[in-house]
Design a protein. Sequence first.
Length: 202
Amino acid sequence: MNKTVRALIEIILALVIVGLIILIFRSVMAPVKFQNEKNFRYENTIQRLKDIRDAEGAYRTINKHYTADFDSLINFVKTGDLYIVKMVPDPTDTTFRRSILDTIGMVSVIDTIFKNRADFNPDNMKYIPHSGGQIFKLEAGYVEKSKIQIPVFQCSALNTQILLGMDEQSIINEDAKLTVNDKFPGLMVGSMEEPSTDGNWE
């Protein structure tokens, strides 16, 4: 074997080794990259679900029920008001033991609940971040507890929406781990079965 052929073989072997190193590195880093991107998207989606929960809570305070209509909710955030109340002594109580709530004014929803959120835009509330414009599933209704009808709501997004464009097999694996443990394959706040406003990330 002459020197030229030997040198060529060594170059080819070196390239094969470098290629194998790159493939191994990518296979090791792929799950890490997926997890980091998933965490980033989850963080943004959770914040939006918290915004929806806060808006629904304010909506219920005024309307005595939740809404399943995003347009109504967004319009309420933009234009709605909340009562400012304070507790004062009941003027009809001569024992001075009872108090009543006295409405002393009104304040806008957006300037109260979202006043510390400089980047908050109510028009974006219904959209799942990083999903290409897909909309959260929003539900509202009532559950009966001790013969009392209690308002409930639920807002959710599937992993296939939250993680859109990411590695499909990794998303399938992620969902499989959740469903086998009887967990929702995505993010959700509230419940249509219980009077709860908790998120499934909490």
